[in-house]
Write a protein that binds this ligand. Structure first.
Ligand SMILES: Nc1ncnc2c1ncn2[C@@H]1O[C@H](COP(=O)(O)OP(=O)(O)O)[C@@H](O)[C@H]1O
Ligand SMILES: [Mg+2]
Length: 309
C-alpha cells in the first residue's frame, strides 16, 4: 500500500482537483484506491465527488483520529458510485464529517505531529491511499506527512509558490525530526492553473521550480470541464474521458503506479539543520515586533518562545 499526500499550504492551487483526478485515474487503471478527505472544508467529498458528509452519529475520521470511536477502517469508507473502475479496482472515500474543524484544536493538544492518521489506516487494504490535505501546515497535514510514502505538490508558476515550497520543505524537515522518520520524498511537483501561452514571468518561475530538482509531473491544463465534472459529482476521467485534463491525470496515475512497482528514486528533501519550532516562532516574533507596534505584537507575545541566553 502506497500512501501519497497532496500538500501545499497555499489554498486554491489545485490540491483537491489533483487528489480526485489522480485517485480516479488510478481506479480506472484497476487499482484499489482510497481517498482521504483530510481538509475540514470537505471540498473533495461534497464539491468534487458529490458525496454527503458522514452523518453526525456515524463512525467518522474525526472520531477515529481522537479515538472516541475505535472500529475498523472499512466502516469509515464509502464507495464512489460514479467513477469508471478498471477490472480489480476500487474507488473508496473517507468523507469529511462534522467535527473535522474541532479536531484541529483537539489534536493540537498533542503539540507534536502525530501518528493518529497512520494508526487509523494501518490495516487498510488498498494499492494506493491519496490524502487531500488542508491548505495549512497544521496538525492534520503533519499527520498526513508522518504517514506518507511521498508527496505530490500542485503549484502555480509564480514567486509565491517558490516561497511556499521552501516553507513546505522546512515543515517536512520538522516532521521528519519530530516523529523520527525517514526523509519524505517528493513524488512530484504538478504545475497547473496558469494560462497558455505562458507569460515570461510564469516561464521564469517554472524554471526556478525546476531548479529544486524534484520530478516535474505533467501539467494539468486549465479548463471549465473541471468544474462541470465536479457539478456532476464525477471525476473528469469519467465525465470527460477524452479531455487533456483526463489525459494528464492518467499520466500522473501512471507515474504513481510506477513508484508502487519499482521503488521510487525521488530527490530526498534536504534535512534542514535542526529546525526548532520555538526558534522559528522567536524569529517571527522578533521580526514582527520590529515592524509592528500594534495589535499583532500582543498576539506574537503569546506564542511559545525559547528562553534567551
Ligand atoms: N485544471 C483546472 N482547470 C480549471 N479549474 C480548476 C482546475 N483545477 C482546479 N480548478 C479549480 O480551481 C479551484 C481551486 O482548486 P482546488 O483543487 O480546490 O484547490 P485547493 O484544494 O488547493 O484549494 C477550484 O474551484 C477548482 O475547481
Ligand atoms: Mg482543497
Amino acid at each position: 500500500m502506497q500512501i501519497t499526500s497532496v500538500v501545499n499550504q497555499k489554498g486554491g492551487v489545485g490540491k483537491t482537483a489533483l487528489t480526485v483526478g489522480a485517485a480516479a485515474a488510478l481506479a480506472e487503471r484497476g487499482r484499489r484506491v482510497l481517498l482521504i478527505d483530510l481538509d475540514p472544508q470537505g471540498h473533495a467529498t461534497t464539491e468534487m465527488l458529490g458525496l454527503p458528509e458522514a452523518p453526525a452519529e456515524a463512525p467518522s475520521l474525526a472520531k477515529a483520529l481522537t479515538k472516541t470511536w475505535k472500529g475498523s477502517v472499512e466502516e469509515l469508507v464509502v464507495s464512489h458510485p460514479r467513477s469508471t473502475i478498471g477490472p480489480g479496482g476500487a474507488f473508496d472515500v473517507i468523507p469529511t464529517s462534522p467535527g473535522m474543524f474541532d479536531l484541529i484544536r483537539r489534536l493540537d493538544g498533542f503539540r507534536v505531529p502525530g501518528w493518529q492518521l497512520a494508526r487509523v489506516i494501518q490495516f487498510a487494504n488498498y494499492d494506493h491511499v491519496l490524502i487531500d490535505c488542508p491548505p495549512a501546515l497544521d496538525v492534520l497535514t503533519n499527520n498526513a506527512l508522518a504517514a506518507t510514502h511521498g508527496i505530490l505538490v500542485p503549484v502555480q508558476p509564480d514567486r509565491t509558490s517558490i516561497r511556499a515550497l521552501r516553507l513546505l520543505n522546512d515543515q517536512l524537515a520538522y516532521v521528519q525530526q519530530a516523529v523520527d522518520r525517514e526523509a519524505i520524498p517528493y513524488f512530484g511537483v504538478v504545475p497547473g492553473l496558469y494560462r497558455r501561452p505562458m507569460s515570461t514571468y510564469a516561464t521564469e518561475a517554472l524554471r526556478e521550480l525546476e531548479n529544486f530538482g524534484y520530478p516535474l509531473l505533467p501539467h494539468v491544463p486549465l479548463g471549465v470541464v473541471m468544474n462541470e465534472a465536479a457539478a456532476h459529482g464525477m471525476p473528469v476521467t469519467t465525465f470527460a474521458p477524452e479531455t487533456t485534463q483526463a489525459a494528464a491525470f492518467r499520466e500522473i496515475a501512471g507515474i504513481l503506479d510506477g513508484y508502487l512497482t519499482s521503488s521510487p528514486a525521488p530527490v530526498p528533501v534536504p534535512v534542514a539543520d535542526e529546525f526548532v519550532f520555538e526558534d522559528f516562532i522567536t524569529s517571527v516574533a522578533q521580526t514582527r515586533n520590529e515592524n509592528d507596534t500594534g495589535a499583532r505584537k500582543k498576539l506574537y507575545d503569546l506564542l511559545p518562545k525559547r528562553p534567551r541566553g
